[in-house]
Design a binder for this molecule. Structure first.
Ligand SMILES: NC(=O)c1ccc[n+]([C@@H]2O[C@H](COP(=O)([O-])OP(=O)(O)OC[C@H]3O[C@@H](n4cnc5c(N)ncnc54)[C@H](O)[C@@H]3O)[C@@H](O)[C@H]2O)c1
Length: 396
């Protein structure tokens, strides 16, 4: 079939397998161009099919020559209906890994469930024995709790009062004011249950109980801080409470791994266009201004540049892992540089529908958004008849 983008708000209903494959090849080429990293050899990535998790898997495999198991929740294709992009990404990743002689297997299902944890445990026992590095990179709006059976929904809302600020519809370029009503009822608890650290802990407990964690095993989850303009809806909002919980969980996991001399960290990453972040109001406008400044300064990074730098310059330098005063790894250091933030704050005040094409990088935002679904890649013939029925080889 001829596959074209079909945009609906902040999602795209179609994905292009050849474009997703190109995306994977580009990321692999970047990691390889940076040279070998002496790091983990057996890696489990939970949330491995898109965004930061995918980039972590690629860096593990093609930077460290690691065997990888990837867990994700993606939709396979059916005749005439494309798969979700993470499905095509994972298919392409496995093909490239196989060509390079690297072990790569994937599990598609709900990572919050006991069943998927058990499937992963069985696979590790059978194939890898133990794991050295566990990346926890889930971004989900819902979690079916495996003990209570309750379906929790996370919300992206301010706490305590209505938040009004600018936002942009990145398709049309229209800048407008948006007001977001404060959370109510159980919104905070639900958001913490979905995006906080409980499930991360459950994974580590389950793996440890089965003796599947190697000595010195490390686990990393991802967080975000960001600027003042997004604070009310992000870091001081409901999702921020979940990130506080995730960050606190790193300490309790580290305690639980003491006998293995294992460690849990949270890495604070840069704001980037992913399926998760494009759903958060205000963030797309901030990102388009941030991109403009960071590109002008020559310090712009995508997920793969961020993860390659995390591995090469934070995790595996041969020295102790550097952290901030709250024990977090900071790879958002360039985003949060005072000069960068001052410039973004100034542009924020100037941003209107008329000025944004000039002062912001809306084009870069849109391009990245299209790329998430495999569209807009050079060297891909989007007019070609394309087979949508692609398999992820290790999933039967
Ligand atoms: N995008 C940003 O700007 C940004 C910045 C800093 C930190 N982070 C954090 O990075 C982490 C990953 O986010 P992302 O932006 O890469 O998101 P993403 O949407 O690109 O990736 C989410 C991954 O989780 C998987 N997933 C979702 N629900 C699942 C489930 N129930 N079972 C199994 N897999 C499931 C998806 O398949 C996918 O692999 C999140 O913790 C996020 O808060 C994101």
């Amino acid at each position: 079939m001829i596959i074209e983008p079909r945009m609906r708000g902040f999602i795209c209903l179609t994905a292009h397998p050849t474009g997703c494959e190109q995306n994977i090849k580009n990321q692999i080429a970047y990691v390889k161009s940076k040279g070998h990293i002496e790091g983990a050899k057996r890696v489990l990535v939970i949330g491995a099919s898109t965004g930061f998790g995918l980039a972590s898997r690629i860096t593990s495999a093609f930077g460290c020559d690691a065997s990888t198991i990837g867990v994700f929740f993606e939709k396979p294709a059916s005749e005439g209906k494309t798969a979700s992009p993470g499905w095509y990404n994972s298919a392409a990743f496995e093909n490239e890994a196989k060509k390079a002689g690297l072990y790569a297997k994937s599990i598609n299902g709900d990572a919050f469930s006991n069943e998927v944890k058990q499937q992963t445990i069985d696979l590790i026992k059978k194939d890898l024995g133990q794991i050295d590095l566990i990346i926890y990179s889930l971004a989900s709006p819902v979690r079916l709790h495996p003990v209570t059976g309750v379906l929790h929904r996370s919300v992206l809302k301010p706490i305590g009062g209505t938040f009004t600020n600018k936002t942009v519809d990145f398709h049309s370029g229209k800048v407008s004011d948006i007001s977001i009503a404060p959370c109510e009822g159980d919104d905070i608890e639900n958001t913490v249950t979905v995006m906080g650290g409980e499930d991360w802990s459950m994974w580590i407990d389950a793996l440890k109980k089965e003796n599947l964690l190697a000595n010195n095993a490390t686990t990393i989850a991802y967080s975000y801080i960001g600027p003042e303009v997004t604070e009310a809806v992000y870091r001081k909002g409901t999702i921020g409470k979940a990130k506080d919980h995730l960050e606190a969980t790193a300490f309790s996991i580290t305690d639980s791994l003491a006998d293995l001399e294992g460690k849990a960290y949270v890495s604070v990453n840069k704001a980037l266009v992913t399926q998760a972040s494009s759903a958060i109001p205000v963030i797309p406008l901030y990102i388009s201004l941030l991109y403009k400044i960071m590109k002008a300064e020559g310090i712009h990074e995508g997920c793969i540049e961020q993860m390659q730098r995390l591995y090469a310059q934070r995790l595996y330098t041969g020295n102790a892992i550097p952290t901030d005063d709250k024990g977090r790894i900071r790879i958002d250091d360039w985003e949060m540089r005072a000069d960068v933030q001052e410039k973004v704050a100034k542009l924020w005040l100037e941003a209107t529908t008329e000025t944004l094409p000039e002062i912001g990088d809306l084009e870069g935002y849109r391009n990245d958004f299209h790329n998430l679904f495999g569209f807009g890649f050079e060297g891909v013939d989007y007019k070609a008849d394309t087979n949508e029925m692609v398999n992820v080889s290790s999933i039967v």
